[in-house]
Design a protein around this ligand. Structure first.
Ligand SMILES: Cc1cc2nc3c(=O)[nH]c(=O)nc-3n(C[C@H](O)[C@H](O)[C@H](O)COP(=O)(O)OP(=O)(O)OC[C@H]3O[C@@H](n4cnc5c(N)ncnc54)[C@H](O)[C@@H]3O)c2cc1C
Ligand code: SF4
Ligand code: SF4
Length: 404
C-alpha cells in the first residue's frame, strides 16, 4: 500500500484471535464452536479466519478471556501457521496511515497528553491489569475518522435537574471499531474555532461493553454532560440519524481484568460512571456469577442528578454492590464518595486484603485527594499500609485513575 494513501474500507477486516499468553489450553472453545473454526496444535489454540462467523458462542465459556481478542487486518488474515507460531498476540497493525504534514501528529500527541493528564492521579506510569484483553488503539484519526451514526440521545438526569447528562448511542455500521471497556473515543466537533483552526478532539469514555450497547452490535454508548464548551453541547444536541466524526479508540491501561475472580472497586462522580457501566455490563453478560466482587461508590449532588440511577437500582447486589453519596439533598448532611467509603471501611478493607483486587477512580479531578485520604484512613484502621499497597498495586496494574 502506498504510504500516502489510506486503506479502503473493503480492505479492512476484523479477525478473531486467541491470546497465547493467557490461554490455558482447556479446549472449551474448540468444543463450543458450532462451525469448527477453533483448532490447536501442541503450541496454541487458534481461530480459522475463513470459518469464524463471529457468532461469539465461544466468548462466555472461555474461563480466561483469551478467546476475546480481535484484530483489524488489511486484506490478508493471519494464517493458522502464523497463529500456531505466536508466543504473544501481534500488535494491532497501524491501519491509519498518517500523513506527514505535522498536523495529525500534533493531534495524536494532544490525545496522548490528555490521557496522560487524566491518568496522572495514578502517580506513576499506568499499567494495564495482567488479564486485560489487548486493546486496539489509534485506528482512526482526524485525517481518517470513523463516521458514526447517532442511534439514540436520551437525557439521563431528571428534567428539573441542574445538570443535563445524556446517554448517546453511536453506531459504526460496517466499519470495524473494536473497543474495550475503559477505553475512550475522540469526537471532532465540526467547524472552526475563533482563530480559524479546526476544533480540538475531545475524549469521551465508552459506557458500553465491548460487544456493543446491545450484545453483538457494532455500536457503543457515551455518557456526556452538557457544559458551556463546544463539544459537549455539539454532542448533547445531536439527533437520531446525525453523523459524527470519531477518532480512536484510545487508552491502553484503564482496562478491566478479564479474570472473573478479580475484585473491582469503582469510585466515581457524574460522567465518571461511564466506564463502570461498561465494566458491569461486561461481567453481567459474560460471568454474572463470577466469584470476584464488584463494588461501586457513586457520588452526585442528588439522586435526580445521578446518571443511570434507575437502571442501577435493578442491578443485583450479588453482581454489583452500590453505595451512593449525595452532597446536595435538602435537609440531609452533605456526603461525598470519600465519606461513604469511610462508612463502608470494613467491606473496603476486606477487598483490599486480597491481592486480586483492582481499584478504579474516574470523574472530576477534585475527588482524587479525598478518595486517597479515605483509602489511607481505612487501611490505617485495618492495619494495612496504604502507601506501600498503592505503590504495589500501581506497578502491577491494579490501581487506576482517570480524572478530567
Ligand atoms: C480520558 C477522558 C475521558 C473523558 N470522558 C468524559 C465522559 O465520559 N463524559 C464527559 O462528559 N466528559 C468526558 N471528558 C471530558 C471531555 O473530554 C470534555 O473535556 C468536556 O466535554 C468539555 O468539552 P467541551 O468541548 O464541551 O468544552 P471546551 O470547549 O473544551 O471548554 C472547556 C471548559 O472551558 C470553559 N468554557 C468554555 N466555553 C465557555 C463559555 N462560553 N463560558 C464559560 N466557560 C466556558 C468551561 O469550563 C468548559 O468546561 C473526558 C476527558 C478525558 C480526558
Ligand atoms: S476456552 Fe479460552 S482458555 Fe480455553 S483453550 Fe479456548 S481460548 Fe484457551
Ligand atoms: S466466534 Fe463463533 S465461529 Fe468464531 S470461533 Fe467463536 S464460536 Fe467459533
Amino acid at each position: 500500500m502506498d504510504a500516502t494513501t489510506f486503506p479502503t474500507q473493503a480492505e479492512l477486516r476484523k479477525q478473531h484471535v486467541i491470546d497465547p499468553e493467557i490461554c490455558i489450553r482447556c479446549n472449551t472453545c474448540e468444543e463450543t464452536c458450532p462451525v469448527d473454526a477453533v483448532t490447536h496444535d501442541d503450541n496454541n489454540y487458534v481461530v480459522d479466519a475463513s470459518k469464524c462467523n463471529f457468532c461469539l458462542d465461544c466468548i462466555q465459556p472461555c474461563p480466561t478471556g483469551a478467546i476475546d481478542n480481535w484484530r483489524i487486518i488489511i486484506q490478508a488474515a493471519y494464517s493458522l501457521d502464523d497463529q500456531f507460531s505466536w508466543t504473544e498476540l501481534p500488535e494491532q497493525q497501524d491501519v491509519s496511515v498518517v500523513p506527514t504534514d505535522g498536523s495529525i501528529e500534533a493531534l495524536d500527541q494532544e490525545v496522548d497528553a490528555l490521557l496522560a493528564e487524566a491518568h496522572a492521579g495514578v502517580g506513576g506510569k499506568s499499567m494495564a491489569p495482567n488479564s486485560a484483553a489487548k486493546p486496539s488503539v489509534n485506528l482512526f484519526n482526524r485525517a481518517k475518522p470513523a463516521i458514526a451514526t447517532v442511534k439514540g440521545n436520551y437525557r439521563l438526569t431528571a428534567a428539573d435537574a441542574e445538570s443535563d447528562v445524556r446517554h448517546i448511542i453511536l453506531d459504526f455500521g460496517d466499519t470495524p471499531f473494536p473497543v474495550l471497556e475503559g477505553q475512550s473515543i475522540g469526537i471532532i466537533p465540526p467547524g472552526l474555532d475563533d482563530d480559524g483552526n479546526p476544533h480540538h478532539v475531545r475524549l469521551y469514555s465508552i459506557a458500553s461493553a465491548r460487544d456493543g450497547e446491545k450484545p453483538n452490535t457494532n455500536n457503543l454508548a457515551l455518557t456526556i454532560k452538557r457544559g458551556p464548551g463546544v463539544c459537549s453541547n455539539y454532542v448533547c444536541d445531536l439527533k437520531k440519524g446525525d453523523t459524527v466524526e470519531v477518532t480512536g479508540p484510545f487508552g491502553a491501561t484503564f482496562l478491566m481484568p478479564n479474570d472473573p475472580s478479580a475484585n473491582i472497586i469503582m469510585i466515581c462522580t457524574g460522567t465518571g460512571s461511564a466506564p463502570f457501566r461498561g465494566f458491569t455490563e461486561r461481567r453481567r453478560r459474560t460471568v454474572p456469577d463470577a466469584p470476584g466482587r464488584m463494588m461501586l461508590f457513586f457520588g452526585a449532588r442528588r439522586p435526580e442528578e445521578l446518571p443511570y440511577f434507575g437502571p442501577l437500582q435493578k442491578v443485583p447486589d450479588r453482581l454489583l454492590v452500590k453505595y451512593f453519596a449525595y452532597s446536595r439533598v435538602p435537609g440531609e448532611t452533605k456526603t461525598y464518595v470519600q465519606n461513604r467509603m469511610r462508612e463502608k471501611a470494613t467491606e473496603v478493607a476486606e477487598l483490599l486484603r486480597s491481592d486480586n483486587t483492582y481499584i478504579y477512580v474516574c470523574g472530576l479531578k477534585t475527588m482524587e485527594i479525598g478518595v486517597d485520604e479515605s483509602f489511607a484512613a481505612i487501611c490505617a484502621e485495618a492495619g494495612l499500609d496504604w502507601p506501600t499497597m498503592r505503590a504495589e498495586m500501581r506497578t502491577n496494574g491494579r490501581y487506576h485513575v482517570e480524572t478530567y
